[in-house]
Design a protein around this ligand. Structure first.
Ligand SMILES: [Zn+2]
Length: 452
């Protein structure tokens, strides 16, 4: 057995000073004091918080955009994840137009199997909706996929409103959940063309072509589709105050709307696009970074309990060679940024340390919330006897500075360069196996597929 002693166990109900024993990959006991036997290993957590391992519900690893492939694959991405305290991620298996869902799922299993340092599950991104694809939905549930994704933007990925409504209705009897990328794709295309017609080709044109109205309109439409289908909807990567207002309005009308936001929308703003030269390309992601007022509105929503999960939308491309594909045209910059490794540290430092967010809410947003929303609870997302021993021991006093030079993420920059951190994972267990200590991997590749 491994015994974690003297830590403060974190649950939504609060903090409990207790010992915790791990055996055969599960939490075997929780008690005020557990006496270690001769063959037991003791992990001292004095002065530390003990969390259920953090879950990142939104990552893109080993994803081919058609032009280039993300810098992080499952080997590097999941290693970075455990170093930051994340023990499970949910990646997007993505259907190619004309292909089957099953083929996409098989392809993603191949990408992840035997390479993952943390556990992994898959959302299925539906990009081509027809009768044959519809008939595959029961099979997806049999395969342990209970969450799906649809895009309202990107020509290669998006589905139309009628298809979106039909997807929602189809998922309803299974209790599945649909996450949606909410941006009006037709408007984005038109606004991008307008920017280029005006001679604007730099990264600074990116946020102008995807204003908050484009997100809010799509959220509004999605919420009405949810209302029509009598189905909950899940808004991924919420970035704006206008979008938040639409979610509030829909909730007031009785629509169940789950909301996810990301660390970048809580800590960085649109001034990053004004950086000299091509620097702004590092922040080209969709939706884009917003105004300081948007950042503040989202932080207040997080603190008020209006947000269900904080995920990263980790989608890393190197600045050199990959982001540079859009050197002469901002619409050709691969969209996305890294964050998988740093999410817990960035959110803890910028919101818990500052007193804006309490420790149990932090636990809800990073572990319990995604576990419940994506059908992994109480196997994951809680410290309870019988639950998986995915555990993050958090040293709230440890200090470090985030830099690309020292990160595990296989990418040549980080949006959080120079960010001074207080609080980091001291030890991270995946299925009862020590996977990382103080930001360094132990080299154990023990992540398994989470069949939901
Ligand atoms: Zn995404």
């Amino acid at each position: 057995m491994i015994i974690i002693q003297n830590g403060q166990l974190v649950s939504p109900q609060g903090l409990t000073k207790a010992d915790l024993a791990i055996e055969d990959g599960r939490i075997a006991a929780i008690a005020e004091h557990i006496e270690p036997g001769e063959n037991d290993t003791v992990q001292d957590a004095e002065g530390c918080y003990v969390f259920p391992g953090f879950i990142d519900g939104h990552t893109h690893l080993d994803m081919d955009s058609g032009v280039t492939v993300t810098a992080d694959d499952f080997t590097t991405g999941t290693r970075a994840a455990v170093c930051g305290g994340t023990t499970t991620l949910v990646d997007f298996a993505t259907q190619d137009k004309g292909d089957t869902l099953m083929h996409a799922l098989e392809a993603w299993h191949k990408k992840a199997q035997g390479k993952s340092s943390c556990n992994y599950a898959f959302h299925m991104a539906i990009t081509d909706w027809n009768e044959a694809v519809k008939a595959e939905i029961p099979q997806m549930f049999e395969q342990g996929v209970t969450s799906f994704k649809a895009y309202m933007a990107y020509d290669a990925l998006k589905v139309n409103d009628a298809e979106l409504l039909d997807i929602l209705k189809t998922l309803k009897p299974y209790g599945g959940i649909l996450g949606v990328h909410c941006e009006n794709g037709l408007l984005v295309n038109a606004l991008q063309a307008e920017q280029k017609a005006q001679g604007h080709f730099s990264p600074a044109a990116h946020p102008v072509s995807r204003p908050p109205e484009v997100e809010a309109e799509a959220i509004n439409r999605l919420c009405y589709l949810g209302k029509l289908a009598d189905m909950p909807v899940h808004v991924v990567h919420l970035s704006s105050a206008l979008g938040l207002a639409e979610i509030r309005n829909a909730r007031a009308q009785g629509v169940t709307v789950y909301a996810e936001t990301c660390p970048q929308y809580l800590t960085l703003d649109e001034t990053r696009y004004k950086a000299p030269g091509f620097e702004g390309a590092k922040y080209v992601m969709s939706p884009p970074l917003r105004s300081a007022a948007d950042v503040q509105a989202l932080r207040e929503a997080v603190a008020a309990g209006e947000i269900d999960t904080i995920a990263t939308d980790h989608c890393s491309y190197n600045f050199k060679g990959q982001k540079e594909l859009g050197l002469c045209d901002f619409t050709k910059i691969p969209n996305g940024g890294p964050g998988l490794e740093h999410r817990p540290m960035v959110v803890y430092t910028s919101m818990v340390q500052t007193g804006e967010l309490n420790i149990t809410e932090f636990c809800r947003l990073l572990a319990e919330g995604p576990a419940k929303l994506f059908g992994m609870y109480p196997q994951k997302g809680v410290l309870a006897v019988g639950s998986d021993a995915d555990i993050t021991i958090w040293d709230p006093k440890a200090k470090t500075v985030i830099t690309a030079a020292r990160q595990q993420q296989n990418v040549d920059y980080t949006p959080y360069e120079g960010f001074a951190v207080t609080g980091m994972p001291k030890a991270v267990f995946v299925g009862g196996v020590l996977a990382a200590e103080y930001g360094q991997p132990t080299g154990k590749v023990v992540g398994t597929y989470v069949k939901r």
